[in-house]
Design a protein around this ligand. Structure first.
Ligand code: NAG
Ligand code: NAG
Ligand code: NAG
Ligand code: NAG
Ligand code: NAG
Ligand code: NAG
Length: 829
């Protein structure tokens, strides 16, 4: 009773504290079908639910378990995936009829392939649900023919296609975790296909060995000669909470052959422990969703093997969120070699064992131990301690993305340091590529791999080929792990902080770091453009001379003719989703009385003699600044009174201005306190691309300087719906806001101060927010740069900062912007 109320209080308190999660935004986003990340697709009208993937050793053949079929796909070619062979394996009409007579939906009766593993050099072992009557078979991996009559699949494959299972073949023996009955309430971890003196083994029916588990994955660690299983189940040791779910790791030894009298044909080496994905004093992310094994770095001990898992929470305060935690093998081993809990059979309560230790549960080689020892092992299988994540904290956590699958890779950066790169699939169909920095996780990019949510998915990484396969209900998609050529300036290449990519000075291109002999410029940890690119670019400056582009030769920028008293809105594109837009005027300040900074980065003001002139839109990211657009606002020669009008540029000149606007809606920083326009994911991801696919008809999204006239007879409600209101209303709004704010602050200040202190303390200790670094750095740098800007008036500083982009055709001033091919810097296409 008491524990219960304490717990509820803790849950409530922690639930309140958890919103201080760091926001992790992918730096660039590639919407579905954009050419910047080329997806190769395989789909066929008669192939669906392609969800079990198995890659051949040489990476040239991808075996796919689908609905009623096993496929062998030829993935050795760069641009296409072709079908090499197909095995049709479907239940007969009679089987289907029986299945539906048992009350099952016809759609669930086909044979969904759920086990697909290499058995030996010539054969694959496959199991399917087969109309709720699972079967297994041997398949020749060359010809894809079934060699032997199908086996009974009970205990190897679930009956119900919606139940998760795991299977792994080691030395010709199949280790599985699945439910072994039609109703789905007899979960079992078992071994099959054992021969000779080795016998098939399964779990004893002892109370509590498994409690309604959901199997996630299994991993074989050769040096340990153990197979580890990962699953979630009901945590009966927490009997004060109803159905508290815990994530588990369990182990069995390959050498196990069962006991001689006690535990005959049963595991003698089974042990399980809780996996805790939890930062100190926070609600745990208790439900494991997926886990992948990262083998130790070359030369390191097996104990350094890491397991990266995705976890979600069973509580609604954390719904929609997910966290990644990593666990070290040595930590798992030490938990298994520690103390065990024991179940009191009368009260059904778990407690820490007090009686003397007769054997070491989980130890390999117990099969011919004494009956006494085996009875002890049978009762003591739940480790007392929990396995805590590496660093006792979350590897990363996301408040806005629910991840379902992951795969992990170690990548050697240019400085020979190794970085861990995670590929995370979101429920909504995006693949996030995330690098783990000392300061926390940084999401390099996101690629949309499918449009509609997919009920079943799988991921397979091929490290040697540098590709990832995503299996969904609709087919298989392949995408490269990196495409460095997308970053076409040194600055973009460095800001990406992608350990796969580095700037090659010789070829002046962003290249795959592992493919080049020469050293490349890269700064994964800090992403410092000036240091990293300057060292590389000096020769360029020396060659072309920094003063080549003089202020005098600067163009005046995009001309914006206005009538006095019109409301002008200038658009500013974002260089990336992590950049912050900033407006400047030569020789004058943008006072907040006259200028309104809108949420999408655009600037709005009323045209008066004082506000005519040049405007410069800068984008700042991680302390690096580049000019995105230059406007020259000038009074029209013959003023025409206009009502709400949109100034749209002719489509024939896809230059600066076209790009300048194409990215509206992607801004994330509100400089003023105007209500931010409603921001949806679609807006976030769709912008841009028109400008980059130049051969297509440019979607007329072009220049969009909206002009409003605030003449006497004008009516404020005439503004375009959805646009923020112009500055005419600004002062009133401000006044109200101030009054309300003051009242609010008075009322809540005491409470907030106390809570904020607590929250800050806690947030600081957490996964460090990488997004904070840029703004801190930019704050430090910006005044200097502004000074420089003012001095140079016409911004030739850019030629110094990113000389590579100076290769742009035409003027030096918009070089950083247009580049050689008129593309928006770093905008996904
Ligand atoms: C890589 O990016 C370039 C430039 O954006 C694009 O042309 C190319 O198709 C991409 N390649 C792949 C394999 O995605
Ligand atoms: C692989 O296993 C199958 C089935 O047991 C067997 O028929 C085949 O001969 C084996 N192949 C090799 C190369 O051992
Ligand atoms: C198979 O795919 C379809 C969508 O194509 C989906 O509705 C269904 O749930 C999937 N079945 C299973 C068993 O995953
Ligand atoms: C213990 O088991 C091994 C097989 O794993 C066997 O070779 C050995 O003889 C057994 N020892 C005893 C004392 O039975
Ligand atoms: C300009 O903006 C208006 C609304 O602000 C929008 O309806 C119109 O489509 C935009 N024009 C272009 C070319 O983007
Ligand atoms: C403003 O315009 C709306 C329609 O656009 C109209 O209903 C309203 O009466 C106008 N108000 C004034 C003061 O002109």
């Amino acid at each position: 009773m008491e524990t219960h109320s304490v717990l509820s209080f803790t849950v409530a308190l922690l639930g309140f504290l958890s919103p201080c999660l760091t926001r992790l935004t992918p730096r660039v986003s590639f919407p579905f079908g954009s050419p910047g990340r080329h997806l190769t697709r395989f789909s066929s009208y008669d192939v669906s639910n392609t969800t079990t993937l198995l890659l051949s050793e040489d990476g040239d053949v991808l075996y796919v378990g689908a609905r009623d079929a096993v496929l062998a796909l030829d993935v050795g070619h760069k641009d296409v995936i072709t079908l090499r062979n197909k095995l049709d394996w479907r239940p007969s009409d009679k089987d289907l009829e029986q299945c539906s007579m048992k009350g099952k939906e016809m759609a669930d009766c086909p044979n969904f392939i759920r086990v697909l593993q290499f058995l030996n050099a010539s054969h694959i072992y496959a199991c399917g649900t087969f109309a709720f009557s699972p079967r297994c078979t041997y398949v020749n991996s060359e010809t894809l023919t079934m060699s032997i009559r199908p086996d009974e699949g009970r205990g190897r494959c679930p009956y119900d296609p919606y139940q998760r299972n795991t299977a792994i073949i080691v030395d010709g023996e199949l280790y599985t975790g699945t439910v072994a009955d039609y109703r789905g309430n007899r979960p079992v971890i078992s071994r099959h296909l054992s021969e000779g003196r080795r016998v098939d083994l399964k779990l004893d029916d002892t109370l509590g060995w498994l409690e309604d588990p959901t199997f996630i994955s299994s991993s074989f660690i050769p040096d340990e000669e153990k197979v580890y299983f990962f699953f979630s189940e009901v945590g009966r040791e927490y009997d004060f909470i109803d159905k508290f779910i815990v994530s588990r790791v369990s182990q069995i030894c390959m050498s196990d052959v069962g006991g001689q009298r006690t535990l005959q044909r049963r595991w003698t080496t089974f042990a399980k422990a809780q996996l805790l994905c939890q930062a100190d004093n926070e609600l745990p992310y208790n439900v494991i969703q997926d886990i992948d094994t990262l083998p130790p770095a070359e030369g390191a001990s097996t104990d350094e093997t890491l397991f990266y898992g995705i976890f979600t929470s069973q509580w609604s305060v954390n719904s929609g969120r997910s966290a990644v935690c990593s666990f070290r093998l040595s930590d798992i081993k030490s938990v298994f070699s520690g103390n065990y809990k024991v179940l009191n059979r009368d009260t059904l309560q778990w407690s820490t064992r007090v009686q003397e230790k007769v054997a070491n549960p989980g130890e390999c080689g117990l099969h011919n131990a004494s009956d006494n020892a085996l009875r002890f092992v049978k009762e003591n299988f739940l480790a007392d301690d929990s396995v805590r994540p590496v660093g006792r904290s979350l590897t990363m956590a996301s408040a806005e993305h629910k991840y379902s699958h992951l795969t992990v890779q170690r990548v050697q950066a240019a400085n020979n340091r190794e970085y861990t790169v995670l590929f995370l699939l979101t429920e909504t169909g995006y693949l996030h590529k995330s690098v783990l920095l000392q300061s926390g996780a940084h999401i390099i990019e996101e690629v949309q791999v499918f449009e509609r949510p997919q009920p079943v998915k799988s991921l397979k990484l091929s490290v040697p080929k540098g590709v990832i396969y995503v299996g969904t209900s609709e087919g298989v998609v392949r995408l490269p792990t990196a495409n460095c050529s997308f970053y076409w300036t040194c600055a973009q290449c460095v800001l990406a902080r992608d350990p796969f990519c580095g700037w090659d000075t010789a070829s002046r291109a962003c290249v795959e770091a592992s493919n080049t002999q020469t050293s490349v410029a890269q700064d994964i940890e800090r992403g410092n453009v000036e240091e990293t690119c300057n060292t590389v670019t000096l020769t360029h400056i020396a060659r072309f001379g920094p003063n080549k582009m003089s202020a005098a030769s600067c163009p005046t920028g995009e001309l914006v003719p206005v009538a006095l008293n019109e409301v002008v809105r200038l658009q500013c594109p974002a260089a990336s989703k992590l950049s912050r837009q900033l407006w400047e005027r030569p020789n004058s300040r943008l006072s907040s009385d006259l200028y309104l900074h809108l949420g999408d980065g655009s600037l709005s003001f009323v045209a008066t003699p004082a506000t005519l002139g040049h405007y410069l839109c800068l984008s700042t990211e991680n302390g690096y600044q580049q000019t995105m657009a230059i406007y020259h606002v000038r009074q029209k020669s013959s003023p025409v009174v206009q009502t709400t009008s949109s100034y749209t540029r002719p489509r024939t000149r896809p230059t600066l201005a076209t790009q300048a606007v194409s990215r509206s809606g992607s801004g994330q920083h509100t400089t003023g306190f105007w209500p931010e326009p409603k921001e949806t994911r679609r807006q976030d991801t769709e912008p841009t691309q028109s400008t980059r696919d130049t051969q297509g008809v440019p979607r007329q999204r072009g220049k969009n300087v909206t002009l409003w006239t605030l003449g006497s007879g004008q009516n404020e409600s005439g503004f375009v719906e959805g646009e923020p209101l112009p500055s005419a209303r600004y002062p009133c709004y401000l006044k109200e806001l101030v009054v309300v704010s003051v009242l609010l602050v008075l009322c809540l200040s005491l409470l907030i101060t106390v809570l904020m202190y607590v929250i800050r303390q806690r947030c600081r200790r957490r996964t460090a927010p990488h997004a904070v670094t840029p703004s801190r750095e930019s704050d430090r740098r910006t005044p200097l740069e502004q000074e420089a800007l003012r001095r140079n008036q016409c911004l030739n500083k850019r030629t110094g900062l990113s000389p590579h982009s100076g290769q742009a055709g035409g003027s030096g001033c918009n070089g950083a912007l247009t580049g050689s091919n008129g593309h928006l810097p770093n905008t996904p296409i």
